[in-house]
Design a protein around this ligand. Structure first.
Ligand code: PAF
Length: 285
């Protein structure tokens, strides 16, 4: 794998690849790559001629009291994993390379970013959208891979690509769980043994909510209440939000119908975990 740290070199390599007829796949990450990332890297590897992973812990998307300083970083382990999958290029710029001057231009977002992660983490999605816009401009025309693990981020990035006419096809990818149900995340390394054991409650709670919907419950508040009460049985867990939303608007419908997503965020000690699960309301007969 070729590790590039400058925008100029990365553009040159990818432009040359496209000129010779190759397709480019970009997987934007913040590093600390795990098996969940490996699944998306393999998908990009199979579907595109040149597969690029960007690794950049983006300061713009962290709040002042958040975990920017302690976010896990291990470029050599990341490069080894990427190499083993056959990734062609890692783009791993420094903060100075990406933001040589204070940022005065940012991507402004409306409805999709107001709730859930947007409400809990003010400024987060502006930071995400801005760095993703930069990465799209650096990579050029490509397929860009995003995990459904960060479901709201995926919705925002796909919409941004359309709204701002980026020559990028956003590819949504299912995400991977540990055998006991915990969604894979770079932040899972922060969990101590008790928190790790407790964390499996999130998936159980989501499954409870999805089962209620499949059994015919159409009141969103009852579904949210049931999901929350499963999580509350776990004393270590501290709920941030529980939502049931329409997949395209990310808003809670008055009555449940169509394709839905159940989303939760909760703290386990100092670590905030997200999870989500899709469910389709069965047709009435
Ligand atoms: O999902 C992430 O890891 C980040 O939010 C992203 C998309 C790489 C932007 O920094």
């Amino acid at each position: 794998v070729q590790v590039l740290t400058t925008i100029t070199e990365t553009r040159a390599v990818l432009d040359a690849a496209r000129q010779s007829g190759a397709t480019v796949g970009l997987f934007p990450t913040m590093g600390a790559l795990h098996d969940g990332h490996a699944t998306l890297m393999r998908k990009a590897r199979v579907e595109c001629d040149v597969a690029v992973v960007s690794i950049f812990v983006n300061p713009l998307q962290f709040g002042e009291d958040e975990d920017l300083a302690r976010y896990p970083r291990d470029l050599s382990a990341d490069a080894a994993l990427a190499e083993s999958i056959g990734i062609d290029v890692i783009f791993a710029p420094s903060v100075e390379e990406m933001y040589p001057r204070p940022v005065v231009t940012a991507v402004a977002l409306q409805s999709l970013a107001a709730t859930m992660e947007g409400a809990s983490r003010p400024g987060h999605f502006t930071g995400v959208a801005t760095v993703v816009a930069k990465l799209f401009n650096i990579a050029g025309p490509c397929r860009a891979y995003f995990s459904e693990k960060d479901f709201q981020q995926l919705a925002i990035v796909s919409r941004m690509a359309q709204d701002l006419s980026f020559p990028v096809e956003v590819v949504r990818c299912p995400f991977v769980r540990e055998p006991d149900g915990l969604a894979m995340s770079s932040r899972n390394v922060f969990l101590n043994a008790d928190e790790r054991a407790a964390s499996t409650v999130l998936f159980r709670a989501l499954e409870t909510g999805a089962a209620m919907v499949l059994a015919g419950e159409i009141d969103p508040d009852r579904v949210r209440g049931a999901v929350a009460s499963v999580i509350e049985q776990e004393p270590i867990a501290n709920i941030d939000y529980v939502e049931v939303v329409d997949v395209s608007t990310l808003a809670q419908p008055a009555t449940l119908r169509g394709e839905l997503r159940l989303l939760v965020a909760a703290r386990f000690g100092a670590t905030r975990l997200l999870d989500n699960l899709g469910v389709v309301v069965p047709e009435q007969h």
